[in-house]
Design a protein around this ligand. Structure first.
Ligand code: NAD
Length: 262
């Protein structure tokens, strides 16, 4: 199986921690040159120093940008692709704050759309010409299993994730003739700072301790545990590889079997 990404340039968003960070590591392990994007320069600098190098010509770098600042994001990534075309784009950002849909403020929806749908589209539009020129492109969006089954208490998130999934499916059909694939990875509960927030919010609401709430959530998963970020990143890296050239427009849950639907 051809998993070799030597000579490919991957832009990984939300790379300073959690799933994004794990994706940066996995793609580097497959030989890609990785640009890690997030807001905190010092964290990214440290990550770049630690990213694996599998061959002499492999280089990594970072880009400071905010997915909520559309114009700033576009300007930063336009500069990046002018210097080095992006062949692999991992769209990822912090999840919207928890809370029910009923009562959610309009601004919360707009903010989540800006940081996910609009940011993903801005990044993709900037990167696609370089992918077309290379006749190779991989766009992977980190979304959520809520694409298949909305999750109670994540109203704004559920709504935004569906929009991203529908955008991605449409784009997959449009870009397939150019050798560019567009897929979504849907993490289940994964050990990152994001899941800690969600467990704490649910514990606070129910009066249970954080440990008890985590146990309850783990008991609902057939694997009886949360994922390691590297397990989610492995699916992302495969979808970015040459071996996955004929896979496009799909949603891949990496959730220990939690999603009940097909
Ligand atoms: P996380 O909060 O641990 O990390 C998010 C990353 O995005 C960080 O690097 C953060 O710095 C970056 N980021 C946040 N806001 C940003 C902004 N405005 N601009 C640029 N970068 C920004 O999240 P995670 O757990 O790694 O999850 C990644 C994605 O997967 C999120 O959308 C999350 O909701 C989703 N998800 C996570 C889980 C889980 O259990 N961890 C489950 C389902 C879906």
């Amino acid at each position: 199986m051809d998993l070799d990404l030597t000579g490919r340039h991957a832009l990984v968003c939300g790379a300073s921690q959690g799933i994004g960070r794990a994706c940066a590591i996995e793609l580097a392990l497959l030989g890609a040159n990785v640009t890690a994007l997030a807001r905190r320069a010092e964290v990214l600098q440290q990550l770049v120093a630690e990213l694996p190098r599998t061959h002499a010509k492999q280089t990594h770098d970072f880009l400071v940008a905010d997915s909520g600042d559309t114009d700033g994001l576009r300007a930063a990534v336009e500069k990046l692709v002018a210097a080095q075309p992006v062949h692999i784009l991992v769209n990822n950002s912090g999840g919207p704050p928890p809370g029910p849909a009923h009562g959610a403020k309009i601004e919360a929806f707009l903010d989540a759309y800006r940081k996910h749908l609009v940011a993903n589209h801005t990044l993709a539009e900037t990167a696609i010409p370089g992918m077309q020129a290379a006749r190779f492109g991989r766009i992977v969006n980190i979304i959520s299993t809520s694409v298949k089954e909305p999750i109670a208490g994540l109203g704004v998130s559920n709504t935004t994730r569906w929009a991203v999934a529908s955008w991605a499916k449409t784009l997959a059909g449009e870009l397939a003739p150019f050798g560019i694939t567009v897929n979504n990875v849907l993490p289940g509960s994964t050990h990152t700072p994001r899941i800690e927030q969600i467990v704490a919010a649910r514990a606070g609401k129910s009066g249970a301790s954080i440990a008890a709430m985590q146990q309850t959530m783990e008991a609902e998963i057939p694997m009886r545990r949360f994922a390691d970020p590297a397990e989610v990143a492995a699916a992302v890296a495969f979808l970015c590889s040459p071996a996955a050239a004929y896979i496009t427009g799909i949603n891949v849950p990496v959730d220990g079997g939690r999603t009940r639907s097909l």
